[in-house]
Design a protein around this ligand. Structure first.
Ligand code: TXE
Length: 500
């Protein structure tokens, strides 16, 4: 393994000074009511980056009040779509201008690759805003011809105050995936970013103000899940919660919504996505795809191709190529342009992954490569590949959320489909084949919200994304996401002889 550990990397970046560390409520950065703070940790070293205000129930109450006031009386929901679009477009420009700062914050906070963030993920967030800016002035209902002497029309109205609860694996991207469509719809909101990665959300709050988003429309309350997050999902004055995170927390959020005001809920949860590679595949390219599918963002990706099924005719050659590539994969400081994989997000996730690796060994899978930590500080793990997988093994069932692949040989298309569907999750899947019949059959047989054929991780702002089964419901991206933040009002009136 040509991995370099954190301390050895030539370009280890010194921690920048973090400008925004307080809650953002009603257009101002403020301390939490309790005055408490929590530490944001650099996963490259385990060192403290900054102390961040710790919001709790009282802060959520204040933020929801601000969002409610902005929704009930403020200009945002009443503005024309075109005026909203202008502000969103301006904000997109600001993201491009501040790409370096945003990429740096996600790299030090989440261990993400700096160059990938700066050149790919951050510009993609600007485009997400542009996509929904383009939709903001095209929100309209329908005129309906009723069967009796009435006619009706529908209005699409913003759903109201939204609570966005986001995870730590794509802190900046997730912020915009949630915020952009709900803003275009005319909603106001409280964002609760993950406690592991609060920095870019606070920076984005600052950019929102520069762009001209009115006070109270976007509020960001940093803090922990069971306190701030739970307060948001059980709040009586929040109309909808949009969540991305674990299946277990998704369940708790639904319960909180049910027990409070029956707010709408959409959930994007975990996955254990299969990548199925058939005999007719180009082995070199398929091995590359499989590796990137599991190692992108160090495997902390909800759609990671964590289960790879390879047909028997090419299996041996595939395994050889895969191992060559995995051994050449570079793990190290995420600011080093040679590095392909940074540290896991935090100690907890690091230990969780290592315990799954130990479990994999115990349950009889063959450890082909990896399995160990790298360096003497920070949370670096070798790319790890297990073979001889059985579908019911824990490492083939649980979402590990790390650089750990479960590799299995299969004979027939039916066997591959059965194994792929043998999961409580259904977020995404990949197929590699030149045969159109195979691609068509498998894509229709897999129970997952996204199927990639001869590609992986191909996302688009216009392509709806979300899960089947216990991967959740409700889509991010696309016009589906915009409609998630709109509700339909039917207005009915008599055509003739109205008594009034
Ligand atoms: O997630 P949580 P965790 C999976 C992945 C990972 C595991 C655990 O397998 O190893 O989840 O990660 C907030 N009420 N995914 O524990 O708890 C929390 O503060 C309201 C997959 O970090 O789901 C954070 O903002 N909110 C996933 C957010 O939920 C609560 C990405 C996510 O944290 C809460 C992340 C509560 N009771 C993890 N408890 C994906 N789908 O991409 C926590 N939160």
């Amino acid at each position: 393994m040509s991995g370099v550990s954190n301390g050895d990397a030539a370009s280890v970046k010194k921690l920048p000074s973090v400008k925004f560390t307080k809650l953002f409520i009603d257009g101002e950065f403020v301390d939490s009511v309790s005055g408490k703070t929590f530490e944001s940790i650099d996963p490259r070293s385990g060192e403290v980056i900054a102390s961040i205000s710790e919001g709790d129930k009282e802060d959520i109450d204040i933020a929801v009040k601000a969002a409610r006031h902005a929704f009930d009386f403020g200009p945002w929901p009443r503005m024309s779509g075109a005026d909203r679009a202008k502000i969103l477009m301006k904000w997109a420009e600001l993201i491009d201008e501040h790409a370096e700062e945003l990429a740096t914050l996600d790299a030090i906070d989440a261990g993400k690759l700096y160059h990938t963030c700066k050149n790919l993920e951050v510009p993609a967030s600007a485009n997400t805003l542009r996509y929904y800016a383009g939709a903001a002035d095209k929100i309209h209902g329908e005129v309906l011809k009723m069967s009796r002497e009435f006619h009706a029309y529908t209005l699409l109205e913003p759903v109201g105050v939204v609570g966005h609860i986001t995870p730590w694996n794509f802190p900046n991207t997730m912020f915009y995936i949630k915020v952009a469509p709900s803003l275009a719809a005319g909603c106001t909101m409280v964002v609760k970013p993950a406690e592991q990665t609060p920095l870019s959300a606070l920076y984005n709050a600052h950019l929102s103000k520069l762009a001209g988003i009115p006070d109270g429309v976007i509020n960001v309350v940093t803090g922990f899940g069971p306190t701030a997050g739970a307060a948001l999902s059980s709040h009586m004055d929040v109309d909808k919660v949009s969540f991305t995170g674990s299946t277990q927390t998704g369940r708790e959020i639904m319960q909180a919504a049910a027990k409070s005001n029956l707010k709408q809920v959409s959930l994007e949860l975990g996955g254990k996505s299969p990548l199925i590679i058939f005999d007719d595949a180009d082995v070199e390219k398929a091995a590359e795809l499989a590796l990137i599918g599991i190692l992108y963002n160090k495997g902390e990706v909800c759609v990671a191709s964590s289960r790879v099924f390879v047909q028997e005719g090419i299996y041996d050659e595939f395994e050889k190529k895969l191992l060559e590539k995995a051994k050449a994969w570079v793990v190290g400081d995420p600011f080093d342009p040679k590095v392909q994989q940074g540290p896991q997000v935090d100690k907890e996730q690091f230990e969780k992954i290592l315990s799954y690796i130990e479990h994999g060994k115990r349950e009889g899978a063959t450890l082909l490569t990896g399995g160990k930590t790298l360096g003497n500080k920070g949370y670096f793990i070798e790319p790890t590949i297990f073979s001889d997988i059985k579908d019911d093994m824990l490492i083939a069932q649980d979402e590990i959320f790390g650089p750990v692949m479960a590799l299995k040989k299969f004979k027939s298309i039916e066997e591959a489909i059965k194994s792929a569907n043998n999961s409580k999750y259904g977020l995404a899947a990949g197929i590699v084949t030149k045969n159109l019949d195979t691609a068509n059959t498998v894509s229709r047989s897999i129970r997952a919200g996204t199927v990639w054929i001869n590609c992986y991780f191909a996302f688009g702002d216009d392509v709806p994304f979300g899960g089947y089964k216990m991967s959740g419901f409700g889509k991010d991206h696309g016009l589906e996401a915009l409609h998630k933040y709109l509700q339909v009002k039917s207005v009915v009136t008599p055509l003739y002889n109205s008594p009034w």
